[in-house]
Design a protein around this ligand. Structure first.
Ligand code: FAD
Length: 319
């Protein structure tokens, strides 16, 4: 009998897809899967966990890292799992080390693969900005780790789920940080961390107005494939003020691993590669045949992006 506890992340009615990926991973590793859900989105966990621990607390209508970590740590103490899993989303990256500190457990972060080997676990994770992949054998239990979003598929909802209310003993110190204001992103903007396809623009885009071309490509691709398509950006494009930082991919942006990654007018500096080199298929469009992006690309077009992208849009529209 093995048990996994998974932190399910969401807000309001919206459950993060990355949490479903973590639950699928947990189901493959453990006989019992328990999910911790905080708020109404926990209703969407049905079919993905054997049991859901539901925290209903008005102070968590917008979940903040500290009380969420406390809830997870208390759920851990109650359940005694041998595996504790948090998705390595930007929010999960705040919650996981806090929970580890509260439990006195070391954290293995940003894991891309894990399997059991007898009583041990074998884990892999990218190191040195993704240049090498480290493989670890861990004998100690319980194990706390965070899993990189998009490294595992979303499972089918097959489990019969029971839900029970859970009231963790919060401490006053858990609420010393409060939310002052929430600035919503533009409607329809898909987060690069959750996208199936990312179209990233770099300095080669020349200006913010030309990102409209990438958005048109995204909309055609999404219409034709049904995939979630997001717009990414290199740091140069963000620093120029052409696009918001939430789109930045790389070492100081988001780490992504979508099914398809388009790098348009991006040179492929190592800090950029650190965020996207684990994408399944990389397509680079760059007029410089020596651009380093071609060293990681599966497909490359050496040409002017202002010619290639409109042509791609026209061909996709024509089917
Ligand atoms: P450039 O390097 O200027 O490349 C532009 C490319 O566009 C060129 O290859 C050019 O050939 C091509 N191009 C130009 N015009 C056209 C055209 N008409 N058609 C086709 N191609 C064209 N960078 C990130 O992206 N993400 C990070 O998180 C990040 N973190 C960093 C952290 C640190 C500590 C440091 C020091 C740097 C970081 N950087 C990061 C910056 C990184 O080093 C590069 O400067 C940046 O990635 C370059 O962005 P770029 O490829 O858009 O621009």
């Amino acid at each position: 009998m093995s048990k996994a506890l998974v932190f399910a992340e969401g807000r309001g009615e919206t459950l993060k897809e990355a949490s479903l990926e973590a639950l699928g991973l947990a189901s493959g590793l453990s006989t019992e899967v328990v999910a911790l859900g905080i708020g109404p989105y926990a209703g969407k966990l049905s079919g993905f966990a054997d049991r859901v621990l539901l925290v209903k607390d008005p102070r968590l209508s917008h979940p903040l890292a500290m009380p969420c970590a406390r809830a997870f740590a208390e759920a851990f103490k109650k359940e005694g799992p041998d595996l504790a899993i948090i998705s390595a989303t930007p929010f999960g990256k705040e919650v996981a080390p806090l929970a580890g500190a509260m439990l006195g457990l070391p954290l293995m972060s940003d894991i891309t693969e894990i399997k059991r080997d007898g009583s041990a676990f074998i884990l892999t994770k990218p190191l040195y900005t993704g240049k090498v992949i480290g493989t670890y054998r861990i004998e100690t239990h319980p194990l706390l780790f965070s899993v990189r979003p998009k490294s595992h598929p979303v499972p089918e909802p097959k489990k019969s789920t029971t839900t029970e209310e859970f009231s963790p003993p919060f401490q006053d110190a858990d609420f010393t940080v409060s939310l002052v204001e929430l600035a919503e992103k533009e409607a329809g903007d898909i987060d690069v961390a959750e996208a199936d396809i990312i179209i990233t623009g770099g300095r080669g885009m020349k200006g913010p107005e030309n990102f409209g071309m990438l958005r048109e490509l995204a909309s055609v691709l999404s219409e034709k494939t049904g995939a979630k398509v997001a717009i990414g950006a290199s740091r140069s494009a963000v620093d120029e003020g052409w696009i918001d930082h939430s789109h930045q991919v790389g070492q100081t942006g988001k780490i992504v691993s979508p099914g398809v990654y388009f790098a348009v007018g991006v040179s492929g500096a190592m800090q950029h590669l650190a965020g996207m080199r684990n994408s399944k298929i990389i397509i680079a469009i760059n007029k410089d045949p020596d651009a380093p992006i071609f060293s990681v690309a599966d497909f490359g077009v050496v040409d002017d992006l202002f010619k290639v992208v409109p042509e791609l849009i026209n061909r996709l529209k024509a089917g």
